[in-house]
Design a protein around this ligand. Sequence first.
Ligand code: ADP
Ligand code: ADP
Length: 226
Amino acid sequence: TAALSIKNLRKTYGNNFEALKGVSLEVQAGDFFAVLGPNGAGKSTTIGIICSLVRKTSGEVKVFGHDIDTDFSAAKQELGIVPQEFNFSQFEKVRDIVLQQGGYYGMPRAQAAERADKYLRKLGLWDKRDTPARMLSGGMKRRLMIARALVHEPRVLILDEPTAGVDIELRRSMWEFLREINAEGTTIILTTHYLEEAESLCRNVAIIDHGEIVQNTSMKSLLKRL
Ligand code: ADP
Ligand code: ADP
């Protein structure tokens, strides 16, 4: 079974704008996959649909064979999502945000605590665990969102433009971390508009433009053609 299978996905927003015009793609288990495309191509819409934040117009999405419409709770357990934008409430503390997410996945408190601490350490946020999240720098907020997405140890991690606006130093350390968890077996799918990011991290790539997949190939053969 594919880690992610998308078939003929369409999205027309309320203003009749066709953001996705029949997107199909398949990501194999263990892959490090890039969805590469310019701003406005439909990347966030696709991710929004996968995590059921955006209602699709038609098409099918399966995560390890679990249809997000008919088998939502099984699909949800397989998925960790790092959105591009996030709003933390005023006083929520870093560690509590990760713990709450464990609760959302039905994890026992002790297990959530153990995982929260593990990922806060791995992502360099241990010292900030009692800090209100809104006081973190942009890069730290992104790392917090990664820790939060990993607390239930999903088999698929999807990140929407994970390093947009992040400085080069932090970008490299985030890349390193993502390579590490991919090497440990997590399937990673990220959207990006930086070719360099896709090139540095990903084995396979789909290029999306104006709501359509225009290429779907290995990173190596894409680079040969450029
Ligand atoms: P649907 O209900 O079909 O899922 P939405 O209700 O989410 O679509 O869209 C609500 C409205 O919000 C849209 O019709 C649009 O006017 C506006 N909107 C929100 N985000 C954007 C955006 N990025 N670009 C253009 N319009 C937007
Ligand atoms: P990307 O993530 O690749 O930048 P998006 O999926 O955010 O692209 O947006 C794809 C297109 O859909 C853009 O033209 C955007 O303006 C439009 N769009 C996004 N959200 C909405 C919405 N809620 N209502 C109407 N149009 C939207």
